[in-house]
Write a protein that binds this ligand. Structure first.
Ligand code: CU
Length: 167
């Protein structure tokens, strides 16, 4: 009995010591506020937008994001049909040979140039777009690094490629 009392007393004393310290309670509140703010900032930073056009170009060859959920929107700002000037954006896993992937993609016309055999090499991809169309995809990257992105429409890879840098 005596021992239990002692332990209880020590626990109470410790609690009292923490409370009388004063800063403890305030500090906890500060941390909560900071945690509520950060996800919002990251969500904004991870909303990527890129254009593509009738001249077979992306508007940028470099995109940057933080690890976590990423939302990417591809716009086709041109007027040409997707059968002649179709664009998509395919993000490939690190270590993928983009030219070998492009060759397989060129044979996958019936699947909008997304080769089923190479799906293991794809992080994410948009739909194939014609002029005036847009598509948004959401995906998660947890490993920092540099990821290649390409348009897999036949012949476009020569000009339409870039790097997604994830920090
Ligand atoms: Cu293209």
């Amino acid at each position: 009995m005596k021992r239990i009392f002692k332990v209880t007393f020590l626990a109470l004393a410790a609690t009292f010591a923490l409370q009388s310290c004063g800063g403890k309670t305030e500090k906890t509140e500060d941390t909560t506020t900071t945690e509520e703010l950060y996800p919002a900032e990251e969500a904004v930073a991870n909303e990527l937008t890129i254009d593509s056009n009738d001249a077979m170009q992306y508007s940028t060859n470099e995109l940057r994001a933080k690890t976590g959920e990423i939302t990417l929107t591809l716009h086709h700002t041109g007027k040409m049909e997707k059968t002649v000037m179709g664009h998509n954006l395919v993000i490939l896993k690190m270590g993928t040979d983009i030219n070998a992937f492009g060759a397989k993609a060129a044979e996958a016309k019936d699947n909008d140039y997304i080769p089923a055999s190479e799906e293991g090499a794809i992080v994410a991809h948009t739909k194939l777009l014609g002029g005036g169309e847009s598509d948004t995809v959401t995906f998660t990257i947890s490993e920092p690094g540099t990821y290649d992105y390409i348009c897999s429409f036949p012949g476009h890879l020569a000009l339409m490629k870039g790097k997604l840098i994830v920090e």
